[in-house]
Design a protein around this ligand. Structure first.
Ligand code: PAF
Length: 281
């Protein structure tokens, strides 16, 4: 496994691999790797000759009230995990390498951002799209892997790839769950014992709603009320949002049909949990 810190070296290495006919799978991350990232790496490893992992805490996707400096970092640990996961190249640039000067062109995401968590993080997805445009041009992958835990990010990346004609296949990877259905997250450790017992009800509420839609319920408002009621009955969490949209367009629907996302965010005493399911009706 090679750790690369400069853009020209990354581009040259990938060019050489491509010349030899190798396919490139890419997993972009901000480091501090967890099981979700390892699943993405595993999927990339299964289908590609070469796996590139990027580790870059991207300042442009942090808002003024979000602490870029406090974002957890542990490169030594990440490097070890990457090696174990069979990564070929770790692209690990610093901020000056990625943003040497003020940019003369900015990326502004127009759609799919004013809903779900994006509505509370103004400019966040502009930063995500900016860094991914750069990373896609640097790594030039055949496939790029993203976790469905952040389904809105996957929707934005889908728009980016299509609108700007990147010859990249977007590979969305299912959320990794605990045995009781709770989506794995580093935030789960902040739940109290009682909250941890309640938390699987979030995923259960989504599944129960899916079943209702499967049985013929087509009214979005009825489904949202059902999920809210389920969460209020089964947990002590405070609902931040429960929303249902077409996917990946993230637009409202009068009638529930086609591909959908049902997503929620719920605040417990010390952790805000998010979850979603996508499926086709
Ligand atoms: O999901 C993340 O970790 C980041 O948003 C990404 C895709 C690596 C871009 O900085």
């Amino acid at each position: 496994m090679k750790v690369i810190r400069t853009i020209p070296e990354m581009q040259t290495s990938v060019k050489q691999e491509r010349r030899e006919g190798k396919t490139i799978g890419f997993v972009p991350t901000m480091g501090y790797l967890h099981e979700g990232h390892l699943t993405l790496l595993q999927k990339a490893r299964e289908t590609n000759d070469i796996v590139v992992l990027s580790i870059f805490v991207n300042p442009t996707q942090f808002g003024p009230n979000e602490d870029f400096d406090a974002y957890p970092r542990d490169f030594e640990r990440d490097e070890k995990l990457a090696k174990e996961a069979g990564v070929d190249y770790v692209f690990y640039p610093d901020v000056r390498e990625m943003y040497p000067k003020e940019m003369s062109i900015s990326v502004s995401v127009q759609k799919r951002v004013d809903v779900l968590c994006g509505s509370k993080r103004e400019g966040h997805f502009d930063g995500v799209a900016t860094v991914l445009m750069k990373l896609f041009n640097i790594v030039n992958p055949d496939q790029a892997y993203f976790g469905m835990k952040d389904a809105q990010q996957v929707a934005v990346v889908d728009g980016l790839i299509h609108d700007y004609n990147f010859p990249i296949e977007l590979v969305p990877v299912e959320t990794v769950r605990e045995e009781d259905g709770l989506a794995k997250s580093s935030r789960n450790v902040y739940l109290t014992e009682q909250e941890r017992k309640e938390a699987p009800a979030l995923y259960a509420s989504l599944q129960a709603a899916k079943e209702r839609i499967g049985q013929g319920e087509q009214n979005p408002q009825a489904i949202l009320s059902f999920v809210k009621n389920y969460i209020e009955t089964h947990t002590s969490g405070i609902i931040d949002y429960v929303q249902i949209y077409s996917y990946p367009q993230l637009t409202e629907m009068d009638k529930l049909e086609g591909k959908l996302i049902l997503a929620l965010a719920v605040k417990f005493s010390k952790a805000r949990l998010i979850d979603n399911i996508t499926w086709t009706v």
